[in-house]
Design a protein around this ligand. Structure first.
Ligand code: MSP
Length: 595
């Protein structure tokens, strides 16, 4: 009769332990976030993300790289989720200002464009922008797509010959109404007219050209936005578009006279005219999708990333062209604000343009990517300074993340160089239990982190995802600091179990952080996951179960510091030097949560 009682007592105790240590179980991990219907649906197995195509009249700068790394982050994230993903970028090579820039360079336009386009490609390549398609508007496949698109619109009676009289901004390649221009004076003190939006000089234009019946699309555009309230994100930009749709929406000139603009695609059937450069450029998104041939598959999942200055072209003109051609508007348009430098607009004339290659050499590619995506808030302009970069990277990548790895992987605390055994009893209120409420809060935060990060990546609020990861890294450092495993007595069995549990849990946290950080800092994440002994086929979204059994897994080879601290030499903020490889080694065990 005694035996069953003992069994009952034991099993009650076991139940208590199980309930409390269920906290450590991965089974309760919420794997998927509840998304609104207009966000990409869970079942969607394909994704097509685009950047704007870049004008080749100037060299790539930090703002261009920002558009590209945002898109790259989305693409890499989709791949981790097992989604078939396409990511297009490229160059916008036609138009008056390119023609003028080639003249100034003394080169024929195509040679000039090829040189600068190549430069963009190299810069993106060197910053690990993993595009799958690189489109140039001077390519034959694109000319075919534009011609076809034009003919569809023309045959539907949406393009007619008219005459345009009004303002034109060549730097923006944009037609402006009188309410969109203002008086100003140029550098010589001469009165000029400028675009209110961009500040660029405008000129009066009077020419016969082809017009698109834009005015006929107001209702359809409003209808599209009403049915798809998340088609333009963030919301403040949707509000701008809704406001524009209340204003005057005149028909749009979609050609220039050949005599004025030779560098472009001739209007089909009327070589005296050249297709308007924005119509030409926007069609690039269709060209990559396969238009005019088989394009439905990719077009139906297209999402654009654009800077705020080109919102009107993407959110009004482009959907109106698409609707006219019988095609769906893009799935969504994600708008971002601009980077300023020391509080000033970046411009060639001010000489403050930030060169992404130079900066990525100073801070590493991942360092620059992390800064842009951690500090870049789509809703508002962000300011770039070297000082901010150094401060952020030292705090979050070198000290916080790197410090945590050093602590858990250092032979002093982890002599077996493995994931040591986790003792679930340490996380109960049993006699052996050591964990405190803050530890449970940390575990809870890490367990729900993938869901949160997924939500932020999905809506391209990458900075929020990184904020959440950084907060968890801080909490894990706090966990280690609080329990000071280096003070535990290894000859005591209980202490040893607790020490092993601290290391195990911290290594697991690091595995989650490394997996989630891959879209942002692919090299650092690779180094981290390799050090943790995580195989290449174990780094996907499906592998994010927290506290999965890695018990006994051997750590990878020690390849040194995860991210070197950066130092700004006194009096030379523009040229930070990389510290030596060993600079932050000795501090490893003493690092607090510094960030
Ligand atoms: N060629 C057009 C786009 C055609 S897309 C069918 C164009 N090119 S651009 O080179 O001028 O700009 C490309 C992108 O870079 C735009 O999204 C623009 O907003 C972005 N940026 C330009 N300067 C920027 C900053 N200072 N900061 C952030 N992004 C910036 O427009």
């Amino acid at each position: 009769m005694r035996t069953p009682l003992r069994i009952i007592t034991r099993s009650r105790k076991a139940l208590v332990i199980w309930r409390q240590s269920a906290f450590l179980s991965s089974r309760s991990t919420p794997r998927r976030v509840n998304r609104t219907s207009s966000e990409v649906c869970k079942e969607e197995r394909s994704s097509y993300i685009t950047t704007p195509i870049f004008y080749v009249n100037a060299s790539p700068h930090l703002g261009h790289l920002y558009s590209a790394v945002l898109a790259d982050c989305m693409h890499r994230y989709k791949l981790l989720q097992g989604v078939e993903s396409r990511f297009a970028t490229g160059t916008d090579e036609h138009g008056l200002k390119i023609q003028q820039a080639a003249d100034v360079a003394g080169e024929d336009p195509l040679t000039f464009c090829t040189g600068v386009s190549q430069r963009f490609r190299q810069v993106f390549g060197s910053c690990d922008v993993s595009f799958t398609d690189y489109i140039r508007t001077t390519e034959e496949r694109h000319r075919r797509a534009v011609e076809h698109f034009w003919c569809v619109l023309r045959d539907k009676g949406l393009i007619y010959k008219g005459s345009y009289e009004g303002w034109y901004s060549t730097p923006d390649e944009s037609f402006l109404t009188p309410t969109q221009v203002a008086d100003a004076v140029d550098a010589m003190g001469q009165p000029i007219k400028v675009s209110l939006e961009s500040g660029h000089k405008v000129e009066w234009l009077k020419e016969e050209n082809y017009m698109y019946r834009l005015s006929a699309f107001r209702t359809q555009l409003l209808d599209w936005l009403q049915k798809n309230p998340r088609a333009i994100q963030p919301d403040r930009f949707l509000q701008d578009v809704l406001q524009w749709l209340q204003d005057d929406l005149p028909d749009l000139s979609v050609s220039r006279q050949r005599s004025r603009l030779q560098w472009g695609i001739p209007v089909p059937g009327d070589p005296e005219h050249t297709v308007y450069v924005w119509l030409d450029a926007l069609v690039n998104y269709l060209t990559v999708a396969g238009y005019p041939d088989d394009h439905d598959h990719w077009w139906s999942v297209a999402r654009h990333i654009v800077g705020k200055d080109i919102l009107k072209f993407h959110a009004i003109y482009w959907p109106a062209f698409l609707l006219g051609a019988g095609l769906a508007p893009p799935r969504s348009i994600h708008v971002h604000s601009h980077w300023t430098v020391n509080g000033t607009k970046m411009s060639k004339s001010l000489g403050n343009v930030v060169d992404p290659v130079e900066r990525s050499q100073a801070f590493t590619t991942d360092g620059l990517r992390y800064f842009l995506l951690r500090q870049g808030v789509p809703d508002s302009d962000c300011d770039y300074t070297d000082r901010k970069v150094i401060k952020l990277l030292n705090a979050e990548l070198a000290d916080s993340l790197g410090g945590l790895l050093n602590r858990c992987a250092a032979p002093a605390l982890n002599p077996t160089q493995t994931y040591p055994p986790l003792c679930p009893r340490s996380f109960t209120s049993e006699q052996d239990g050591r964990a405190v409420p803050e530890d449970y809060r940390m575990l809870d935060a890490v367990r729900s982190l993938p869901t949160l990060v997924e939500h932020h990546y999905e809506s391209l609020h990458v900075y929020k995802a990184l904020e959440a990861i950084a907060s968890c890294v801080r909490q894990t450092n706090g966990f280690v600091q609080r329990h000071a495993p280096w003070k535990l007595n290894r000859t005591d069995a209980g202490d040893r179990r607790w020490l092993n549990s601290i290391i195990y849990v911290s290594l697991e946290c690091l595995r989650i952080y490394g997996t989630l950080l891959q879209p942002v800092v692919p090299r650092v994440a690779d180094k981290l996951l390799s050090r943790l002994g995580v195989r290449a086929d174990e780094r996907n979204w499906a592998d994010l179960d927290f506290l999965l059994s890695y018990r006994g897994r051997t750590l990878g080879r020690d390849t040194g510091v995860l991210f070197n601290r950066l130092e700004s030499p006194v009096g030379d903020e523009q040229k930070p030097r990389k510290m030596k490889k060993t600079d932050n080694y000795p501090k490893a065990l003493n690092l607090g949560t510094r960030s």
